[in-house]
Design a protein around this ligand. Sequence first.
Ligand code: ATP
Ligand code: SF4
Ligand code: MG
Length: 336
Amino acid sequence: AAPLLDVRHLSLDFTSPRGRIHALRDISMTVPRGRIVGVVGESGSGKSTLAYAVIRLLAENARVVGGEIVMDGRDLLTLSPREMRGIRGRRMSMIFQDPMTSLNRVMSIGQQMIDIQYRDPISKAEKRKRAVEALRRVGIPDPEDRVNGYPHQFSGGMRQRICIAMAMMVEPALLLADEPTTALDATTEVQIIGLLERLQAEIGCSILFVSHHLGTVAELCHDVVVLYAGEVVEQGSVRDIFHNPGHPYTQALLDCDPGRIKEKTRRLPTIPGVVPSLVGDQVPTGCIFKTRCPHAFDRCDHEVPPSYAVVSGEVAPDAPHTARCHLRDAAEERRP
Ligand code: ATP
Ligand code: SF4
Ligand code: MG
């Protein structure tokens, strides 16, 4: 079956006084139906930009310079703003690191939840009832009462639950989540992850989950996309990525994390070396990871590695395991 979301060769620049920032370069990745796909990478690797490009909420200075974002057989990049509004909040919704991004501080929770149902031809009382049910579903205590509350009357974790309730009320096909638990304490994070897991299973939607936290991704996601300096360097199922990483960057991330996929690491581990500049013509030739790669050789300097299939134990037709590293070339040649 065709994936729900198919990003093909997406390239995106930001204009800036320093020159063009080539924030995403030749990104190809998919979100299969009913699966949770984690997007991991260091700060500045382009995780948020990718999510915002999909829902078309990019900053003014963003320019898509190539590629397609296909959902339901249509390239979202070709839709008019009006058509896109019809998809946002219906086929697709988003939650953010800071719940206040999507909450209005001077309006009651109930009113906001009634407002997002503006398309539905039902009475206000009915919409209110739905709002109460949605709050109950995400674990807000006394929802009949709390529906009248304002955002500041809730804790950070409760506000994120409210945002999840609002995003899920429309039963979207795709939920985008940009580090929704990064600002929360560890206990609340575990609860929110559990909630997303349960709702995803109930609704059957797909989730694109942006995260710094390898442990969370291993826990929640089915598949992983590893971004490095604006490029996808590796993707595959959680099992393949964590047990048989095919790219030196992914290997480094897992190696310098002593607990590996355990709960302790809240951030991505740091890897020695300098991240390349993405401004103007300073983007290095050849492999984007060459400045930090312990295995770099001649070819890496001038030839961009293509996406190689990584041969591993698991057969995951929905999530083929690929890595963009020249070392895979030699490795795959040795296949029987
Ligand atoms: P973080 O983990 O810190 O959230 P990220 O992986 O989400 O990082 P992005 O925010 O997508 O990274 O940024 C990718 C690149 O694009 C960075 O180099 C960033 O500085 C640049 N960038 C993002 N938004 C803009 C903008 N509006 N104008 C100029 N550059 C931008
Ligand atoms: Fe390292 Fe070369 Fe592979 Fe890039 S292509 S990750 S520099 S070995
Ligand atoms: Mg971000």
